[in-house]
Design a binder for this molecule. Structure first.
Ligand code: PRP
Ligand code: ZN
Length: 311
């Protein structure tokens, strides 16, 4: 642990830990594991009593102090996280965009976290008469997202009745409670097993980092350190390290395909006329670039995951 750093961030507080950054994360559910995994990849240890908090092992305590970073984790219900951050009970939170939009609290979203991807969709019985959102006029829609759904229906000029329920939304059509539902879809298996089909996506969502708008400068200092780590982890995930052998007369073309962090590293091979090229490649262009590399004579291409990427 960097003791000087800890001293610096807590020097003005009477009780140790007062100036810790307080982060709210989901206690259990779709974002719990991703949140714990991200903190771990940022080198931040979170222990649950004597046991480290690990994916698949839900936490017992609601409040846990990290032993190696000035951060304290509050484990809460995801629906409550925006309000706790707005009210400065927590300084920041990891939560789904769906919850942020629905709760509509005064918090700032500063970073997408790249996990917990899902969508909020309207779904109807698979073999029923409803086929599109225009068929929903005068119908009843069950949802836990009345705010987002109302907004959507108003924009589309559809007047339907919204029936708000807090859970098990997918069974509403089968028990005659509603004609359609508006709910989160991730793998789609809940819709499938309830014989429902999606007819419209109204929001694409993933986990985001939200921040109290009145965060203090001391806590902002810790937040910036955390953000730097989060961005390095995210960047590493979006990129791969690539190593290949190329004929010397093709090096120019191949380097243009591989810009790397600055420019590729080129080392001569023992075999005359050949070099080894090392670079970084973006996940999004991955297959496209690989095809072009091969077409330009690259051989022995190795793709290696990157753990952290710091520029
Ligand atoms: C959502 C939603 C569905 C399920 C869909 O609930 O209400 O039940 O996930 O996921 P699938 O497409 O992978 O089957 P969630 O887990 O977010 O629980 P919560 O509403 O209680 O927060
Ligand atoms: Zn929830």
């Amino acid at each position: 642990m960097n003791f000087n750093y800890m001293k610096q961030t807590t020097q003005n507080s009477s009780s140790p830990g007062e100036d810790n950054l307080k982060i709210a994360v989901q206690k259990s559910g779709r974002l719990f594991e991703g949140s714990m995994q991200l903190l771990k990849e940022c080198g931040i240890e979170i222990s649950n009593g004597n046991n480290p908090v690990r994916p698949g092992h839900p936490v017992g305590q609601l409040r846990v102090q990290s032993p190696n970073f000035p951060i304290e984790v509050f484990f809460l219900r995801d629906d409550d996280i925006p309000e706790y951050v707005q009210d400065a009970v927590a300084d920041i939170g990891f939560v789904g965009e769906n919850v942020v939009r629905e709760k509509n609290k005064k918090v700032e979203t500063i970073e997408k976290l790249g996990f917990g991807k899902c969508r909020l969709s309207i779904a109807v019985p698979k073999n029923g008469v409803l086929q599109s959102v225009n068929d929903l006029a005068g119908k009843k829609i069950a949802t836990s997202y009345p705010v987002i759904l109302t907004d959507y229906l108003e924009k589309k000029n559809i007047s339907a009745e919204i029936h708000e329920i807090s859970g098990s939304v997918e069974i509403a059509p089968r028990i005659g409670l509603a004609d359609a539902i508006c709910d989160l879809v991730s793998s789609g298996s809940t819709l499938f097993s309830n014989e429902l089909k999606e007819i419209e996506t109204i929001l694409a969502s993933e986990a985001v980092l939200i921040v109290d708008k009145k965060i203090s400068p001391q806590k902002k200092f810790i937040l910036d350190k955390l953000l730097f780590r989060i961005r390095s982890v995210k960047k590493a995930k979006n990129n791969k390290y690539v190593l290949l052998n190329a004929p010397n007369d093709r090096i120019g073309i191949i380097c243009n395909l591989l810009p790397g962090m600055r420019s590729p590293t080129i080392l001569p091979l023992a075999e005359p006329g050949w070099s080894s090229v090392h670079s970084v490649i973006n996940e999004a262009d991955f297959w496209n670039v690989i095809e072009q590399l091969k077409a330009n004579g690259a051989q022995g291409i190795l793709i290696i995951p990157i753990e952290k990427m710091i520029e």
